[in-house]
Design a protein around this ligand. Structure first.
Ligand code: FE
Length: 162
């Protein structure tokens, strides 16, 4: 009887192992492959200015038409102001008339995380930086072709690189 129990135990364990081996061959979503930047609130406060901290770490929103990149038209790349991850290209930037820098696409969809946001009595899709978790803005489906997307981004959350 003891032998039978031992045999069942061994079979069960090897079945589990088999499962875990199968799982390890399943490709992981790309977003989990990004080297994450994790810092405490105190560490972020040392790196970010108060306005950046409020928007990036506390999900604030800069006043419309106030941001330094709202009407910015130079050719280059916009990176996350907190961690430097490349997020948007200037050739996808357009004037949506909404008062914030707007882009029709992100450089790579794995660079951002999309989260349903039910705050302020609205249902929106929040965009955060996949690398550092910083709040960037929201994405709406009223943008220009071909994507039809409007990434509405706070100027303080991004930095321009020529
Ligand atoms: Fe970031």
């Amino acid at each position: 009887m003891k032998k039978l129990f031992f045999l069942v135990l061994v079979i069960s364990l090897s079945a589990c192992e088999g499962n875990s081996q199968n799982n390890s061959t399943t490709p992981k979503p790309k977003s989990t492959m990004i080297d994450k930047v994790e810092k405490t609130d105190e560490e972020w406060k040392k790196i970010l200015n108060p306005e950046q901290y409020e928007v990036l770490r506390e999900k604030g929103t800069e006043a419309p038409y106030s941001g330094k990149y709202y009407l910015h038209k130079e050719k280059g790349t916009y990176v996350c102001a907190a961690c430097g991850a490349e997020l948007f290209k200037s050739d996808t930037k357009f004037d949506a008339g909404c008062g914030w820098p707007s882009f029709s696409d992100v450089i790579d969809s794995t660079k951002v995380v999309y989260t349903k946001d039910k705050s302020h009595g609205m249902i929106r899709t929040e965009i955060t930086c996949a690398k550092c978790g910083g709040h960037l803005g929201h994405v709406f489906d009223d943008g220009p072709a071909p994507t039809g997307q409007r990434y509405c981004i706070n100027s303080v959350s991004i930095e321009f690189k020529k």
